[in-house]
Design a binder for this molecule. Structure first.
Ligand SMILES: Cc1cc2nc3c(=O)[nH]c(=O)nc-3n(C[C@H](O)[C@H](O)[C@H](O)COP(=O)(O)OP(=O)(O)OC[C@H]3O[C@@H](n4cnc5c(N)ncnc54)[C@H](O)[C@@H]3O)c2cc1C
Length: 381
């Protein structure tokens, strides 16, 4: 089941194209790539060729000029086929946001087209070993040396770390606290960038997650995006959009789990009839479907607010919180609906359940989403 209404003919064709690519180039390789812990580079190349890696960005930079809600429906399709690909596209979009929203014309012209075409894969480096939630306490430094910036420090859990062609690094150029942080564009070819450790994860194993070291990495001082000291604001704004991406991926993953549960329970019989005919199970399936629809509605509503230029930060946090909790519940129930077959690798639902967990953690844990929502709704006007 998926939402079709409200799409123009052109957008409907875009979604059909994405479904074709998902069916042909993404879904058939998901299991194998997950087992091999191998980055789905071929899928990224296919998506880049089809113009699907820069959907929300302007056409003059090779983007698709699509509203946010259409981009999110595309992510849902990709995540339903393979979460590592959907989440990877979401991260790619996130890494281009600082340049798009705060970059100079020269920076935009140089860095956005290769990101939109997929020639360059991006990574977003905010979290550090000592802190993810308290991102404003980061300690990676970017020190001015003549016309250069010299970056030193460690970044943790970098999606696409080691595979990326550029790193959007948040580093300290000033005093302690959020106002001392700047956003720096770092090409992977810069010296002193080392993948220190590739994490072996519970799920989403084909999406590389790495601890990265920047050891005296020298880039031109012009690579600062936005004003010096504006980095934390940029990082948080980028995450508002990123959270919508995680919400859409959550809806896609949950939808895949529901589809698998429906197929299995229609087929398998106990006590002389198909499992779907037992009310106990059909109620479970009904709850799964209802939660998915609600998660999608919350996600697309937040996106439409963004498209209309309205504040959407609280709504993005609500969508991320609700949709990722939905993905966790629905994938767990999908395993349950399969009985013992849900717990073995022959069926995809055990993988979906392992993958869902990460969605409650990335781009602000769900505790941090509650903190954002609580702070925003209790603020005195
Ligand atoms: C697979 C994967 C990919 C990732 N990709 C990226 C990436 O590309 N770029 C990047 O920068 N980061 C990335 N991250 C990091 C991710 O954003 C952090 O793991 C996350 O923000 C949590 O930070 P932490 O792990 O340091 O946990 P901590 O901040 O130490 O949190 C530990 C626990 O304490 C809770 N907690 C913390 N503070 C509070 C509070 N104030 N109130 C209530 N509870 C609190 C948290 O919710 C959590 O349950 C990735 C992580 C994973 C697992």
């Amino acid at each position: 089941m998926s939402a079709h209404w409200g799409l123009s003919e052109e957008q409907q064709a875009l979604l059909e194209l994405v479904r074709d690519i998902a069916r042909r180039d993404v879904a058939p390789h998901a299991d194998e790539l997950e087992r091999a812990e191998e980055f789905p580079r071929a899928a990224f190349e296919a998506l880049g060729k089809a113009g699907l890696l820069g959907l929300p960005y302007p056409e003059e930079y090779g983007g698709g000029a699509q509203p946010s809600w259409v981009y999110l429906m595309v992510l849902e399709e990709l995540a339903a086929a393979h979460l590592a690909v959907g989440l990877g596209v979401s991260v790619q979009t996130l890494t281009m946001f600082p340049t798009f929203a705060y970059g100079t014309d020269t920076q935009k012209a140089a860095w956005l087209p290769p990101g939109c075409s997929g020639e360059w894969i991006g990574a977003y480096c905010l979290s550090e070993p000592a802190g993810g939630s308290d991102a404003a306490a980061l300690t990676t430094k970017a020190e001015r040396d003549g016309d250069s910036l010299v970056i030193s420090g460690r970044k943790a859990f970098v999606t696409h770390g080691g595979e990326a062609d550029f790193y959007q690094v948040f580093a300290r150029t000033g005093d302690a606290g959020p106002s001392g942080i700047s956003c720096v564009f770092v090409p992977a070819s810069a010296p002193g960038i080392v993948r220190e450790k590739l994490e072996h994860k519970m799920g989403m194993r084909s999406s590389p997650t790495a601890a990265m070291v920047f050891d005296g990495t020298r880039v031109p001082a012009d690579n600062i995006v936005g004003a010096p000291g504006e980095g934390f604001r940029i990082a948080m704004q980028a995450l508002d959009g990123g959270r919508l991406g995680i919400a859409a991926c959550s809806v896609g993953l949950a939808r895949a789990a529901l589809d698998a549960a429906l197929a299995f329970t229609r087929e398998r019989r106990q006590f002389g009839k198909p499992l779907v005919e037992f009310q106990g199970l059909s109620f479970m399936l009904a709850d799964m479907a209802t939660q998915i629809e609600a998660a999608r509605a919350l996600t697309l509503d937040a996106a439409r607010r963004r498209d209309a230029g309205a504040p959407f930060s609280t709504n993005a946090a609500m969508a991320k919180l609700f949709a990722s909790d939905t993905a966790m519940r629905v994938t767990t129930d999908a395993v349950q609906a399969h009985g013992g077959y849900g717990y073995v690798e022959e069926f995809p639902v055990e993988r979906y359940m392992r993958e869902a967990k990460v969605l409650q953690i990335v781009e602000g844990t769900n505790q941090i989403q509650r903190l954002v929502i609580g702070r925003n709704i209790t603020r005195q006007e």
